[in-house]
Design a protein around this ligand. Structure first.
Ligand SMILES: Nc1nc2c(ncn2[C@@H]2O[C@H](COP(=O)(O)OP(=O)(O)OP(=O)(O)O)[C@@H](O)[C@H]2O)c(=O)[nH]1
Ligand SMILES: [Mg+2]
Length: 293
């Protein structure tokens, strides 16, 4: 997921757009550090550096430094391509201005639309992880097939599936990866979830299922996606004996949100949760920091 763009020339900010702010680091200090490295790059060369769960991909063109802030877990290749098209778009509009002193008085803010379009071209990878039968495919369909009622029968997913999700997430578009949760597929998750930005841990809110999640799913997730964000879904809240979302969250060590995925009227809540985790407006946990007892 692309989070921010900053464009500097001679120490001045020409343009910036912060979609999801970084609350962990001192952005000004990081930008000074990264732009000093960017200045040394040859024209059109791309480089990157990582700090905690963020990746800074940067480039130098016309003595102007372009720095894109990404989730560290997301694909470097896709980030580099996005930065390339970003800079290319910027130069198409402003190359002439940058070659004279005119840049000092130019308003670069109209570039925001162009930048946000590029952000939308790199889907945010969201992975639905959990044991068989907990409701992952039900959640996928609840989100992506609005005109249909969510499935009531259980058809195990073979290996994995994915679907594009466009909703009220502008400028982001989500690519939802639905993992097969039967034991024989879990060892294959690594191949599917690589470069995922967000993990949704789906549980049916029973003790047995939470124990399975910690024992079987956590090692794979921690190994493959240590820098991704995670929330848990305490699904099947309608079933007798379902543990409360608070209890599910406490046992998993990940903030959990209650759900009834087989009910259409929960679609709105589900989409709002997805949006809130993408924009970091609700509690979540970084996968690598989940504590296992
Ligand atoms: N009672 C109840 N049933 C639910 C709820 N959410 C989903 N289900 C049902 O539980 C079953 C879960 O099926 P899926 O969503 O296909 O399960 P899955 O997690 O994709 O399973 P795998 O593909 O094997 O990993 C279906 O029969 C759903 O209708 C819920 O909130 N309450
Ligand atoms: Mg499934």
């Amino acid at each position: 997921m692309i989070r921010e763009i900053h464009v500097f020339k001679e120490g001045r900010t020409l343009f910036e757009d912060v979609i999801v702010p970084n609350k962990d680091l001192d952005t000004r200090a990081v930008m000074m550090l990264v732009s000093s490295s960017a200045k040394k790059l040859q024209e059109w060369k791309i480089d990157s550096m990582e700090i905690e769960r963020y990746r800074y991909v940067y480039m130098n063109s016309h003595d102007t430094q372009f720095i894109m802030t990404m989730d560290r877990q997301a694909s470097v290749q896709k980030a580099a391509e996005a930065l390339m098209s970003m800079v290319s778009k910027f130069m198409t509009a402003f190359e002439r201005v940058l070659e004279t002193d005119e840049w000092k008085t130019t308003d670069f803010s109209p570039f925001k639309d162009g930048f946000r379009k590029i952000v939308g071209r790199v889907p945010v990878k969201v992975c639905l992880a959990g044991h068989g039968g907990t409701g992952k495919t039900t959640l996928l369909e609840l989100a992506t097939l609005p005109s249909q009622a969510p499935p009531q029968e259980y058809v195990p997913t073979f290996f994995g599936d994915k679907a594009l999700l466009k909703a009220d997430f502008d400028p982001y578009v989500f690519s939802m990866f639905d993992l097969g949760g039967q034991d024989r597929f879990v060892q294959e998750w690594g191949k599917i979830i690589r470069a995922g930005s967000i993990v949704i841990i789906v549980t049916d809110s029973t003790k047995e299922n939470l124990a399975w999640t910690k024992r079987v799913a956590y090692p794979v997730l921690k190994n493959e996606l240590p820098y991704a964000r995670a929330i848990a879904i305490a699904n099947k809240q309608d079933l007798p004996g379902a543990l409360s979302p608070e209890e599910v969250g406490r046992r998993l060590g990940v903030p959990a949100y209650g759900m009834q995925a087989n009910r259409r009227d929960f679609r709105d809540r589900w989409l709002k949760l997805l949006r809130a985790v993408a924009f970091e407006e609700i509690d979540f946990k970084i996968v690598g920091e989940i504590e296992v007892d």
